[in-house]
Design a protein around this ligand. Structure first.
Ligand SMILES: NC(=O)c1ccc[n+]([C@@H]2O[C@H](COP(=O)([O-])OP(=O)(O)OC[C@H]3O[C@@H](n4cnc5c(N)ncnc54)[C@H](OP(=O)(O)O)[C@@H]3O)[C@@H](O)[C@H]2O)c1
Length: 294
């Protein structure tokens, strides 16, 4: 018999998790959220009438409780469960934050439960997602022995691959995820702006850049970052870099500081990969550090 589960926090991840846990054969103990509206909407979507805005009412019967509130509300939600005797003995409580360690649930230890965290490395952008968003993704897991064992089983049943992270390393791990996902969006936004200056409208930008983006990702996957680097910096083409700086200063000065910062970091990658000499790296860094005024 699979563990019964409850969700506290019916937002984007909570709804996806509820749907997929149910599809994977885990009995639903109930859904709870801060507002009854969110809890009711999630319950309608998943097809249950067990929902509440008093989480402890539905978590009491659950073998595993997922706290899927925003990161800043996890401790408060956990405290409410403890104060209202909302957990059964030997239950597992998991939060799903990428940056926070399981130890933020320490207040629950007096309830004789096992605490952990399970972070699905995926972007959940809506409360209604088609298909299984956990399939073939990585789930980072840490915490106490019983919690980790159940989290691992759940992750596998959802179709994810487990990755065990050290409790103290969660912040660096999450920063990596933010750079890989959120800052990729920021970089594409910057590229789209520069394309627009070149006369290509934003609605066509992805069509233009898409093959380049996919090709680059494929090169990183096959060869690693140093060998995937192409373009003027790795060629030591100082004149091209200099004209970029001048043009961005003229047409989009607010993007210049980011362009230069990324450029300087790229010079270090090119140099450490043995693609440019120390002297060339110095020249490029000089161009990418000069303060010019438009
Ligand atoms: N979204 C992602 O891509 C993603 C990916 C991986 C991990 N996560 C993690 O998943 C967690 C939830 O993120 P999310 O993006 O799903 O957030 P979200 O869409 O904002 O949903 C959070 C939900 O929790 C409810 N809530 C807030 N405080 C509460 C409390 N004290 N008690 C009960 N419910 C409460 C919210 O309020 P209402 O009831 O008022 O609606 C909302 O429905 C976070 O820890 C986040 O780091 C998110």
């Amino acid at each position: 018999m699979k563990a019964s589960f409850a969700i506290v926090g019916c937002g984007k991840l909570g709804c996806a998790l509820a749907k997929q846990m149910k599809s994977s054969g885990y009995p639903l103990a109930g859904l709870a959220s801060k507002s009854i509206t969110s809890a009711r909407k999630a319950a309608d979507d998943i097809g249950t009438d067990i929902f509440s805005d008093k989480p402890w009412e539905i978590t009491r019967s659950a073998d595993v409780v997922f706290i899927t509130t925003p990161d800043g509300q996890i401790q408060a939600a956990a405290s409410l469960l403890a104060e209202n005797k909302g957990l059964k003995k030997n239950a597992v409580v998991l939060h799903c934050s990428g940056s926070q360690p399981s130890t933020i649930l320490m207040t629950l230890k007096k309830c004789e439960v096992s605490i952990g965290s399970l972070h699905p490395l995926q972007s959940f952008a809506s409360t209604r997602i088609e298909g299984n968003p956990f399939k073939n993704i990585i789930a980072a897991i840490e915490g106490e022995t019983e919690a980790v064992a159940l989290a691992r089983q759940i992750a596998q049943d959802l179709g994810a691959t487990c990755f065990f992270i050290k409790t103290h390393a969660k912040s660096a791990y999450h920063a990596a995820a933010v750079v890989a996902s959120n800052y990729l969006v920021t970089l594409q936004d910057m590229a789209f702006r520069l394309l627009q200056i070149a006369g290509i409208p934003p609605e066509n930008a992805f069509q233009v850049l898409g093959p380049l983006i996919h090709g680059t990702l494929s090169n990183i996957e096959k060869k690693g970052t140093e060998k995937a680097l192409t373009g003027p910096i790795v060629r030591g083409d100082t004149e091209t870099v200099s004209t970029h700086v001048d043009e961005i200063l003229r047409m989009a000065p607010d993007l210049l500081s980011l362009y230069k910062t990324l450029g300087r970091h790229t010079v270090h990658i090119a140099e450490s990969g043995g693609n440019i000499t120390k002297e060339k790296a110095r020249e490029l860094i000089q161009i990418l550090s000069e303060k010019k005024i438009s």
